[in-house]
Ligand binder design. Structure first.
Ligand SMILES: NC(=O)C1=CN([C@@H]2O[C@H](COP(=O)(O)OP(=O)(O)OC[C@H]3O[C@@H](n4cnc5c(N)ncnc54)[C@H](OP(=O)(O)O)[C@@H]3O)[C@@H](O)[C@H]2O)C=CC1
Ligand SMILES: O=C1O[C@H](COP(=O)(O)O)[C@@H](O)[C@H](O)[C@H]1O
Length: 494
């Protein structure tokens, strides 16, 4: 289906091996990529085509059912040793690009995937243009990875550099959360269900809770993470993107232009907190050593490549407010962190309390719609009903749906879906520059207050759901986190 030449910068790296080659293979297996495609992998290592094919085969090995088929797939991969700072290398790249374009009849269509550190993005983009690797004869699309800057100023600089060579509609900024099945499902939940669409507003919703908890620590990424922290690593991008999908107004159509327009409006409507509000409504924490689930976990400051006196937050929590009419005064609580109790990515939509006619003995549960993103995928709806028996007692009922394992086994990976979207030219699930601008403006404000160290950096024990201050925050708004794993209570002997 897709005639295309894909050039991967950073072809020897972790992202390419773990995510890109398996995703391309799945696209090949499903017929999206057929005979008319080729891939050029570039990086500095002096690999040969044979070595590169072996790496590709190794990275797809768990997906392969037919060895011959896998070999045919790998034969479409070509390697060119290339230092992105060296202009001469782009001449060789252009020649290879032209040769493969002809050989595989790719109609001059080109996708460039920059799976490298962002400091190289500007150089690569400008060389692609100046060395005429982009020639305007077919479509030309640039996929770039996060992080997109480390502040509004650095993001603006990066965007200016890219804009000299590629227009906004040619740039696909990946946020892999937008490729997740249940995140894309938010559109379906909101805009196909009469009952939800009609009550998706401040008159019916009490608060929204976004939890992106991770049980892993910083692993081998201490060097990067210590300069980033939870706010920039997860909130600036994934959490704010998801928030925009929850808060936006209904787009006119399910087309990228209309969807992006509404997402941008939602992000621009988030209230920039004052200094006092940052101090009151946002919590930061750092994990400290603990024995949990039969394992010993070291403190963040003792992790490899982390400054032993680091003040980087490994946990962030807070309340955003979206002043878009639909959601004025409704808190959007979020929390995310490393070394939390368990991996759990979910959204809770907490509806308002119903006035009770049943007297003080009957406790009514607020309705909660939960969207499970990871590790299971599905929805649940919490409601009230009569308990079975002679007396009239109200009890909690949970309608619970999870995708079954067989379907999930066949469902596309986030990167597969996102690359597929790029091949179709569909930018709906990518981040527009105006969204980045709005999110960095917001994050810069929080960073500014936190960096003055007038706000506590709370400790939390590895294996817990973050510092108590994050629970106190919701109490202040007369609510509580709807989801608290049992282990959290055990940890506190409650
Ligand atoms: N890994 C992941 O899961 C994720 C990664 N990302 C982002 O993706 C990008 C890549 O990450 P990752 O794959 O982990 O990084 P790696 O460090 O594993 O890979 C970096 C790649 O860049 C190449 N490279 C470095 N310097 C040069 C140069 N001067 N010229 C040419 N090639 C060069 C390296 O190859 P060589 O040494 O052979 O030159 C290598 O292929 C980063 O922006 C990261 O933030 C985002 C989300 C998840
Ligand atoms: O972007 C990132 O995301 C991962 C979490 O992604 P998930 O798909 O496993 O939920 C996070 O571990 C990493 O620190 C961050 O850079």
């Amino acid at each position: 289906m897709s005639k295309v030449l894909i050039t991967i910068f950073g072809a020897t790296g972790d992202l390419a091996k773990r995510k890109l080659y398996p995703s391309l293979y799945r696209l090949y297996k499903s017929g999206v990529l057929e005979e008319d495609f080729a891939v050029i992998g570039t990086a500095r290592r002096p690999w040969t085509k044979e070595m590169y094919e072996d790496v590709v085969l190794e990275s797809i090995s768990s997906l392969v059912e037919n060895e011959e088929d896998a070999k045919t797939f790998a034969s479409h991969f070509y390697y060119q040793a290339h230092d992105v700072n060296d202009s001469e290398h782009y001449e060789t790249l252009r020649e290879l690009s032209n040769e493969l374009g002809e050989k595989y009849d790719t109609d001059h269509n080109k996708v460039f995937f920059l799976a490298m550190a962002p400091e190289f993005f500007g150089t690569i983009a400008s060389h692609l243009k100046s060395e005429h690797i982009t020639d305007g004869k077919g479509y030309e699309r640039l996929i770039i990875e996060k992080p997109f800057g480390t502040s509004l100023a650095t993001a603006e600089k990066l965007n200016d550099d890219l804009s000299k060579a590629f227009s906004e509609d040619q740039i696909y900024r990946i946020d892999h959360y937008l490729g997740k099945e249940m995140i894309q499902n938010i559109f379906a939940i909101r805009f196909t269900n009469f009952v939800f669409e009609k009550i998706w507003n401040r008159d019916f919703i009490d608060n929204i809770q976004i939890t992106f908890a991770e049980s892993i620590g910083v692993e081998d990424r201490g060097g990067y993470y210590d300069h980033s922290g939870a706010l920039k690593d997860m909130v600036q991008n994934h959490i704010l993107q998801v928030l925009s999908l929850l808060a936006m107004d209904k787009p006119k159509t399910y087309h990228s232009k209309d969807i992006l327009a509404e997402k941008i409006k939602a992000l621009q409507s988030i209230k920039i907190p004052s200094t006092e509000e940052v101090k009151e409504d946002f919590v930061r924490g750092q994990y400290v050593e603990n024995d949990f689930n039969g394992q010993h976990f070291v403190s963040y400051r003792d992790e490899s490549q982390v400054d032993p006196e680091s003040t980087t937050e490994t946990f962030a929590s807070g309340a955003f407010f979206v002043n878009n009419g639909r959601f004025n005064d409704v808190p959007f609580f979020f929390r995310t962190g490393k070394r939390m109790t368990e991996k759990g990515t979910r959204i809770n939509i907490v509806f308002k309390k119903e006035d009770s006619i049943f007297g003080p003995d009957q406790k009514l549960q607020q309705n909660v719609l939960t969207i499970y993103i990871q590790p299971t995928e599905g929805f649940s709806f919490l409601m009230n009903g009569k308990e079975v028996g002679k007396d009239f007692n109200i009890g909690e009922i949970k309608l619970d749906f999870r995708h079954d394992a067989a379907i999930l086994g066949n469902s596309p990976e986030a990167y597969e879906k996102l690359i597929y979207d790029v091949l179709k030219g569909d930018g709906s699930n990518f981040t527009h520059w105006d969204e980045l601008k709005a999110s960095w403006t917001l994050i810069d404000k929080i960073v500014d207050v936190w960096s003055k160290n007038e706000v506590p950096l709370y400790d939390y024990k590895a294996g817990t759901m973050g510092p108590k201050a994050s629970f106190d925050l919701l109490e202040k708004y007369d609510t509580e986190w709807n989801w608290t794993p049992d282990e959290w209570y055990k940890e506190r002997n409650l």
